[in-house]
Design a protein around this ligand. Structure first.
Ligand code: ZN
Length: 131
């Protein structure tokens, strides 16, 4: 299952603030049904309970390309090199504090992507490799 957390959302239409479950982490080996939405940039769909306005959030999602040793952070806001490097640093500091993760981390490729197109190609490639 994709892991989710509760986030505070402000409706773009009526400015109502509400809480909704958002997807933080997707494991492709388990969450195949999410791939289509992910490719469309619609992994995070929320709906305002007041005016029913649907929004697709552009927040970061961690995609684990199981069983490949590849983790991709799709973050539409990480447009600069510095922002991407920050995310990679965060990743390395998180895994260095955790023994299990640091073992995994050593041979795991970690990428930060801000554009949808490269993510789409990776997902297509993944689907080809792991039917
Ligand atoms: Zn609303």
């Amino acid at each position: 299952m994709a892991s989710t957390s509760l986030a505070e959302i402000k409706c773009a239409k009526c400015k109502n603030v509400y809480e909704a479950n958002v997807v933080d982490h997707i494991d492709l080996s388990e969450d195949r049904d999410m791939i289509k939405a992910l490719k469309a940039g619609k992994a995070n769909r929320v709906q305002c309970p007041k005016c029913k306005k649907v929004m697709y959030l552009s927040r970061s999602v961690v995609v684990n390309f199981e069983p490949e040793n590849k983790i991709v952070v799709y973050d539409p806001s990480a447009r600069t090199k510095a922002a991407k490097e920050n995310l990679i640093q965060d990743f390395h500091s998180v895994i260095s504090f955790n023994e299990t993760l640091s073992e995994i981390g050593e041979d795991t490729e970690f990428l930060v992507i801000s554009k949808l197109d490269p993510l789409k190609s990776m997902l297509d490639e993944y689907l080809k490799q792991h039917r």
